[in-house]
Structures are given as C-alpha cells and as structure tokens.
Design a protein around this ligand. Structure first.
Ligand code: ARG
Length: 418
C-alpha cells in the first residue's frame, strides 16, 4: 500500500524471478514504493496482463505492461538498419537496441510519478547494466539507480528462492532455466549453462525461432523486400508496417533455418563470452539493406560508411545510444539513405540467405558503363592516361627507393648508407 511519505522507485520489471523478488525486496529492504513497468519489445513473454497482476499481488503501487513494439521498430530499428548495425561484424545488437528505448520510458515514468529512483535487474558482469545506467545518466543525471542483483551477486539462487518463499513471492516450481535468455523483435540471445564451454556445440534445445537447417524445407523460398530511404516498407509486394514486416520475416526466414549465430563476443566490461543468437529477420534485413546500398551509394560513401557503421555499432553496444557522437553518426547515416530506395530479392535455403537481385530507380549501376556487349558507353581511351597518373607515385617510389619487385621478392638489401 502506498504511504504518503515513502519515496518511489520505478522498476524495470520482466516478470521473471529476479525482478519479481525485487518488487518485494525494494519495499522491505529499501522502504520504497514500487512502480513496476514491463516494456513489451516483442519478447516471447508470459501473458503480460498476468505479469502485471503479479506485480500488484506483490504490493506494487502501480504496474503496467506497455507495448513499445511500434516505437521500437520505427524509432530504433530504422536507425539500426540505416547503420547496418552489427557488433564485431556478427551480432545485430538486439539487447543493446532495446535497452535505451526501455530506459527512456522508465525515465518518463519516474518524472510522471515523482520517483527519484530507477531499479533494474541486470547482473554485475554484463553489458546491460552499463547500458541501463549510462542511458539513465544521460537522460536524467539526478535519478538514483538501484541494482539489487548486483548486490545479490554473492547470493546463490537457492538463497534467493528462500528469501522469496519467506516473503511470499511466488517462485517457479520448475528447475532453474538452463540458459539466460533475452529476446525481442530483433532476435533472441542465449547464454550460460553448457554454452559456457565454447567447444560445446550449442544443444538443439536452445533454438526456438529457427528450424534446424537439416530439417528445413527442401524447396528454396524467395523473398523480396521493398525499401524507401533505407527503411523496409514492403514484403513480396505487400506494403506493411516495419513491425509487421519484422514479425513476418522472423517466421519466413526462421522456417528455413536462417539466422543462427554462435560467436565469442567481447563485453564492455572486459569479459569474452560465448554467445548464441537467432536473428532471422534482423540478419536478413541487414543483408538485403546493404545489398541495396551497394547499388545506390558511390564507392567513397560506401567505404566511409563502413567505418561509420562499425563505430555506430560499438557505441550502441557500449550503451552510448544517448551520446553526441551517436547522434552525429545517425545524421550521417540518415543523409546517406536519401536514395536507398528500391527492391532486393533473396533466396532462403537450408540455413542460408543469398541475395539474388536488386533494383532501384536511383541505382548508380549504369548498364552502358558496365557492359561488355552492345551499348557500351565507357570511353576506354581515358583509361590509359588515368592509369599513368594513378600509378605515378608507385613508379616514382620504385625508381627512387629501389625496385618494388626486389622488395616483394625479399631480395633487396637494405643499404641505408647508399
Ligand atoms: N551479449 C548480448 C549483449 O550484451 C546479449 C545480452 C543478453 N542479455 C541477457 N540478459 N541474457 O548485447
């Protein structure tokens, strides 16, 4: 029950054991009124109404399960697509993308309800604590942060369950889940358990969004995505919202066993970890988006953007979504997307996706320049002079500082006295 003089805390609540225990713990140990907020970013959760009721049952003064999916797709995933957001060239950042959006909502709640605290359920070893807290600090430096699981890190799960039982928090009757899972529209992360030995092949039971490639259909399937200014707007000719498109792509690509990732990843806190992901829609959309960029952006822009994309991904991974550089890189990416409009076709087959076609009204691909057949418009007489000047520095270097061929073969003596 709310008491007039008690301070309030907004809790990032998932309905799982840790954050459920927290609803009680924050009241008892920290003497705070709890506002429990569960953000729906497309995770495969228990019934969210039930999750909300559970928070009330444990004494939360307010609980809500808010559907953030539309906003996640339109305000976050669009930026990730524009930046081909991929950490260490492999991981499409699903957890890193959802946190800033959730934090923004929590901070707004804190302001709305006059709470001075925000609490989260991240452990002390992961990236998510860094993201939660960095985003909170950026959005409102006055807010105080509580990270109970970090304090509990010394406690075993058994002790946590005991505390829960003593205080009337419903505890799961099933054995501890063998993996740590985080999922949303952009994919699903699976860690811990037997995966902690990186030599272990991921057991088949970790995968839920993707069919095993061995069991995928024997017939390939084609998908065509339409993009407007870098944003996917249609699937197989049918216009739809990005949210619906991502949901559909997860189903289609997952059924063909596409989207599994098994990697060693470098966490912000210095730990290497073995991570498995399934990301059918995100990997497909990013690959197809980039395929269209190769048609619509010139060589210099593509090369430069590649560096920007990598920097963008590192910043977002590191929890710096709300930062000056991230904003500036977004502006660059947005400017490059002006003509990234067109269609890309890809074929799915037993765990693979291959781009098989691309077209755009703004394509920089020029048939006349490219063709070796009739209709050639390229002036090859210009090539001779171009190559002359292009290779002039190398030619000069070789003649003044020793023939390149000798260096290449290793036979050149380095006679610095000469
Ligand atoms: N390693 C990924 C990341 O840092 C996934 C984290 C998943 N979080 C979790 N609680 N299992 O972005």
């Amino acid at each position: 029950m709310a008491s007039a003089e008690r301070e309030k805390v907004v809790l990032a609540y998932s309905g799982g054991l840790d954050t459920s225990v927290m609803v009680k713990w924050l009241q008892i140990e920290k003497d705070l009124d709890v506002i429990a907020i569960c953000g729906n970013v497309g995770q495969d959760a228990e019934d969210l109404e039930w999750v909300k009721q559970k928070a009330y049952d444990m004494g939360a003064i307010y609980a809500d399960a808010v559907d953030l999916r539309e906003s996640y797709a339109n305000n976050v995933l669009t930026k990730a697509i524009a930046a081909n957001g991929m950490y260490e060239n492999t991981y499409p950042l699903l957890s890193a993308l959802s946190r800033p959006m959730i934090v923004q909502y929590l901070v707004n709640c804190a302001h709305q309800y006059g709470a001075h605290y925000i609490a989260h359920g991240c452990t002390g070893k992961g990236n998510d604590q860094v993201r939660f807290e960095s985003c909170i600090h950026a959005l409102d430096p006055e807010l105080k942060i509580l990270a109970p699981v970090r304090e509990w890190d010394l406690l075993t799960r058994e002790q946590e369950m005991e505390w829960a039982e003593e205080h009337g928090v419903p505890v799961p009757t099933t054995a501890a889940k063998p993996y740590s899972i985080d999922d949303n529209l952009w994919g699903r992360a699976i860690e811990c358990g037997v995966l902690e030995n990186p030599w272990n092949e991921p057991p088949v039971d970790i995968w839920t969004m993707t069919t095993s490639p061995e069991n995928a259909p024997d017939q390939p399937e084609e998908v065509i995505l339409g993009f407007e200014q870098g944003v996917p707007v249609s699937l197989n000719g049918e216009r739809m919202s990005l949210l619906d498109l991502v949901i559909r792509m997860n189903e289609i690509c997952g059924a063909h066993g596409y989207g599994r990732i098994d990697m060693i990843e470098d966490r912000v806190v210095g730990i290497k970890s073995h991570e498995c992901y399934e990301c059918p829609a995100s990997l497909a959309i990013l690959a197809m988006h980039h395929a269209l960029e190769t048609m619509c952006l010139d060589r210099d822009t593509l090369q430069h953007k590649h560096m920007v994309d990598q920097r963008w991904a590192a910043l977002v991974y590191d929890g710096l979504w709300f930062s000056q550089l991230k904003d500036a890189l977004d502006a660059f990416c947005t400017s490059t997307q002006e003509f990234v409009t067109g269609e890309v076709r890809a074929k799915l087959y037993k765990g693979s996706l291959t781009v098989t076609g691309r077209k755009s009204a703004y394509s920089l691909y020029d048939y006349g320049l490219a063709t070796y057949s009739d209709g050639d418009t390229f002036d090859r007489t210009a090539s001779k002079g171009f190559i002359e000047l292009h290779s002039l520095p190398s030619k000069t270097w070789s003649s003044k500082q020793g023939p390149a061929a000798e260096r290449a073969s290793g036979s050149r003596k380095h006679d610095l006295s000469a």
